[in-house]
Every structure is written in structure tokens, then in C-alpha cells.
Design a protein around this ligand. Structure first.
Ligand code: AHM
Ligand code: MG
Length: 333
């Protein structure tokens, strides 16, 4: 009698990186660290009001944003887990102004990880879904030199991503992860403590019926964004507007049921609000691997853009292929 044996994220990664034993070993270990950090953050979020973990930490980060207690907890967990896993030479976090070196004994690590430890901070205290986002790159420098990973290792275009994913701390805890083999979704099983495959081979629908954008910024959008949104609202089959304000939740919905997620440039945010390395690139990589599109401007895929600063911001339009193509047609006009 055959029984369905659950497939864990770890088992799936071993399959996806089969054929290159070193890479398979390194990535699986690196993901053990990521999974550990996600589980700790998920647990802290679920019990935050009981453990006095809601509210502000009383400091601001280098971008002048107020830091929440859970931002710090999440960042510490990601930094500690990745710094000690021996597979990472340098990290970039939304919460740290500079690149984060790893422990001296681990500087030969073959990978660079850029992450937003807790995305959607403004939603933390109202129990709306938030998440963690990451992208993983091979280091550019030679590990045998015995030198720390550097900013040059971190400033790579998204086309160099080896794997990227996000955890969403919502009604359940899920990880969506993309590799060159495709996109798979895993749900944290509270009984086994494992991220278990529940959404195999995810594909974003070719077209959706939802647009997702902070429409409060509409008066300072560029004309093509305004014209596109107006068309979506006044066509014979108007789209619905859904906007959580947590990128993970808005992109997750777009991935599952299609449509478009945007954070355009506006008069206040001249390059948009979202950061390339740890928000735009991982989500764009996931979207493309799932058959969707993600652009930062006319005929410019997000993943092509080579950053010059670790906290560089870019506009983003991502989601279903036909919906992104429609925005591009407005850009061309
Ligand atoms: P954060 O990383 O500081 O939480 O900011 C990023 C968040 C995204 O999750 C979300 O898409 C966006 O900011 C929402 O911004 P706004 O409130 O301007 O609509
Ligand atoms: Mg963020």
C-alpha cells in the first residue's frame, strides 16, 4: 500500500540541485539557516502581543525609518543564522546601513545573501501578514584568498541569482522558493516543524483581474501609471483593487491568482520605494520563474539592473505577463 510521504523544502532542494554535489550541499545547509530564522520569526510574530514584542524599538535605521522591536528580532535571527552556517561570505540587510561581514572563521563561504528580515513593518502591530525576503548570489571574489566578502560581491544584478524566496507570516506560515528549476510553495507543518511542499510548480496566470498599488500616491504618479490604472478601472470589465501594504502579501496574491503589483516612482519617491537587492530582485526572480514578468521601466527587466548601492531603490511593475505588457504599452506612448 503506497502512502503519501510529505516532501520537505530540504528534500526538494536536494532534488533541485542534484548533479552538483558541492552546490547541493552548500545550498541545503544555507537553507537550513534560513528555515531556522523563519521559524523563530514566525513564532515571535504569533505571540508578539503576549511577549511585549509589538511597537517601536526606539531607534531609526540608516534610511531614517523607525525600527520596530520585531524588525530587530528578525534581523538578529537572520544575521546569526547565516553568519554561522559557513556558506555565506557577506550579507546585506535592509536594517543595516553597510554590508554585514560574517564571523572570521566563515569568510570562505561561497554565497552572498541579501535579505529584508521583516517586510511590511507598518503592518506588524495590526496582525496583518508580513514576511521575510531573500536572494542568494555566488560570491564574485575568490574564496581562497581568505578575505572577507566585499560590497563588490553584493552588487550583482538579479540575473546572477542562484535562488530566492520569501516567507509569509499570515494565517499560516509559508515559504515560496524559486531556483532555476521553478517555483514551489511550502507550508510550515506545526506537527513536524517542517516546511512541507503544498504548492508544487507554481505558475502565475497569464492575466489577472486585480491591480495592487498604493493609490494614495496617485496625485504624484507619472502619467503612464495614472493612465494605465484609469484604464483598468474604466474598462468593460474593471479590475478590483487589492493592496495590503506588505509586499510579500501583495506579491503572493498576484503569484497565485494573477494581476499586477506596482510600486511606481512618484514625486516623493523618485526611484520608487522598494529596494532592489532584497525586495525587487527576489520577487522579480520568483515572478519570472513562475512565467510572469517584472520590469522597472520601458523594456528594462528588473533582473537586468546592476546596482551601484546596496540600498538602491527602483520602481517595480510585476505580475501576469499580459498585465505587465499592458503597462509597458502605456510606457511606450
Ligand atoms: P518595509 O520593508 O520597511 O516594511 O517597507 C516595504 C513595504 C512593502 O512591504 C510594501 O509594498 C510597501 O512598503 C508599502 O509602502 P506604502 O505604505 O508606501 O504603500
Ligand atoms: Mg521591506
Amino acid at each position: 500500500m503506497s502512502q503519501n510521504v510529505p516532501i520537505t523544502l530540504t528534500v526538494q532542494l536536494l532534488r533541485e540541485f542534484h548533479g552538483n554535489t558541492q552546490e547541493q550541499n552548500d545550498i541545503t545547509i544555507l537553507y537550513t539557516a534560513i528555515q531556522q530564522a523563519c521559524k523563530t520569526v514566525a513564532s515571535a510574530i504569533r505571540t508578539a502581543p503576549l511577549r511585549q514584542l509589538t511597537g517601536l524599538a526606539g531607534s531609526t535605521n540608516t534610511m531614517g525609518e523607525e525600527v520596530k522591536k520585531l524588525d530587530l528580532l528578525a534581523n538578529d535571527n537572520f544575521v546569526d543564522a547565516l553568519s554561522n552556517c559557513e556558506k555565506v561570505c557577506v550579507m546585506v540587510s535592509e536594517e543595516n546601513g553597510e554590508i554585514i561581514p560574517v564571523n572570521e572563521e566563515n569568510i570562505n563561504g561561497p554565497y552572498v545573501v541579501a535579505f529584508d528580515p521583516l517586510d511590511g513593518s507598518s503592518n506588524i502591530d495590526v496582525a496583518v501578514p508580513v514576511g521575510s525576503i531573500w536572494s542568494i548570489y555566488k560570491r564574485k571574489s575568490d574564496p581562497s584568498t581568505g578575505k572577507q566578502g566585499s560590497i563588490e560581491d553584493a552588487l550583482q544584478s538579479g540575473d546572477s541569482i542562484v535562488a530566492a524566496g520569501y516567507a509569509m507570516y499570515g494565517s499560516c506560515t509559508q515559504i515560496i522558493n524559486a531556483t532555476p528549476k521553478g517555483v514551489n510553495g511550502y507550508t510550515l507543518d506545526p506537527v513536524s516543524g517542517e516546511f512541507t511542499l503544498t504548492h508544487p510548480s507554481m505558475k502565475v496566470p497569464k492575466r489577472g483581474s486585480i491591480y495592487s498599488v498604493n493609490e494614495g500616491n496617485a496625485s504624484s504618479w507619472n502619467s503612464y501609471t495614472s493612465d494605465y490604472v484609469q484604464t483598468r478601472k474604466t474598462s468593460s470589465k474593471p479590475y478590483s483593487l487589492r493592496y495590503v501594504g506588505s509586499m510579500v502579501a501583495d506579491v503572493h496574491r498576484t503569484l497565485l491568482i494573477g494581476g499586477i503589483f506596482m510600486y511606481p516612482a512618484d514625486k516623493k519617491n523618485k526611484n520608487g520605494k522598494l529596494r532592489l537587492l532584497y525586495e525587487v530582485n527576489p520577487m522579480s526572480y520568483i515572478m519570472e520563474r513562475a512565467g510572469g514578468k517584472s520590469v522597472i521601466g520601458l523594456d528594462k527587466r528588473a533582473l537586468e539592473h546592476v546596482p551601484t548601492q546596496i540600498h538602491e531603490r527602483v520602481p517595480i511593475y510585476c505580475g501576469s505577463e499580459e498585465d505587465v505588457d499592458e503597462v509597458l504599452s502605456f510606457m511606450k506612448q
